[in-house]
Design a protein around this ligand. Structure first.
Ligand code: MN
Length: 291
């Protein structure tokens, strides 16, 4: 029974993946891949859908850079009408939000090393429907809030799970989500006002970009690199952003519910708002996981 379920799961994932990746080819060749089979697997409980995005609300945690650097608005919402004289039968709002607020994508043009790279509206869809390789560093982060994922952590993961698959998203699972939605805790603000949080170190980023072929990096913290350390690095500050975007790859920050993601086997569907030449955008992200 268990075997049948896992075969079904694998088939469903393969179907879903090929459906999205090769939809044009399928149309031309008349392939009989049926999208509804994925839905059937979800409704039968063979595939779980995990919400990997945080809810936007005023006062939510958002990155704050020190002066003299400029800052982004996080999220503000204004009511237009609510079944009242301003609009008797309808409720609606408008909101403003930073490209890098909440669960969001960093586009390949976000960093100076990738200034001519595609904006968030031009990231290939085939890279936004992506398997996840999830690196669990919760134990290390529990004793060091500035922990940086190393090349050795990736090699350790590979011993258990095999080589990091091609075109996957490498996800840091740090346990940081337990701090949501408290802004002081989520930003790791210390007594001196300095933010903290774990991220990828440059050895891991360099290894994944040069020795493996990845779609990008994702973290459950505010930044893909350790907030208290990355800005002071020499010769290049924020080396992970510099390397990832220089390699035309994207990142995801503030990914929610990473605790529910297995080391392998999750398929992420990443849907950033399509802002013309945006440096990033809020994203609704779902993970499909075998149950
Ligand atoms: Mn960002």
């Amino acid at each position: 029974m268990k075997h049948t379920a896992s075969v079904t799961l694998v088939c469903s994932l393969v179907l879903l993946f090929s459906l999205f990746r090769f939809s044009d080819a399928n149309t031309e060749s008349g392939s009989n891949v049926k999208p509804v089979e994925v839905l059937t697997a979800i409704r039968a409980g063979k595939l779980k859908v995990i919400d990997c995005s945080y809810t936007y609300f005023e006062g939510m945690p958002g990155i704050k850079l020190p002066p003299p650097l400029a800052n982004t608005k996080t999220f503000e919402i204004t009511n237009v009408s609510r079944y009242d004289e301003r609009g008797p039968a309808w409720y609606w709002n408008w909101f403003s939000v930073g490209e890098h607020a909440g669960t969001h994508v960093d586009a390949p043009n976000h960093w100076i090393s990738g200034r001519d790279n595609p904006g968030v509206d031009r990231i290939d869809l085939g890279e936004l429907i992506v398997p996840a390789a999830v690196i669990d560093v919760r134990g290390k982060v529990a004793s060091n809030q500035d922990y940086e994922v190393t090349r050795e952590d990736i090699l350790e993961w590979e011993k258990m799970n095999g080589k990091v698959p091609e075109d996957c998203l490498v996800v840091m699972k740090s346990g940081w989500g337990s701090r949501w939605p408290d802004p002081v805790k989520f930003l790791g603000i210390d007594a001196h006002g300095q933010p903290h949080g774990p991220g990828f170190g440059e050895s891991a980023a360099e290894f994944l970009l040069k020795q493996r072929k990845i779609a990008g990096l994702a973290v459950d913290t505010v930044s893909t690199e350790a907030m208290a350390l990355a800005g002071g690095k020499k010769p290049i500050p924020f080396p992970v952003h510099y390397m990832v975007h220089g390699a035309k790859k994207y990142q995801i920050e503030m990914l929610a519910n990473t605790d529910s993601l297995p080391a392998t086997g999750a398929l992420l569907i990443v849907a950033p708002v399509k802002v013309q030449n945006g440096s990033g955008a809020p994203a609704r992200i779902y993970a499909l996981v075998g149950s």
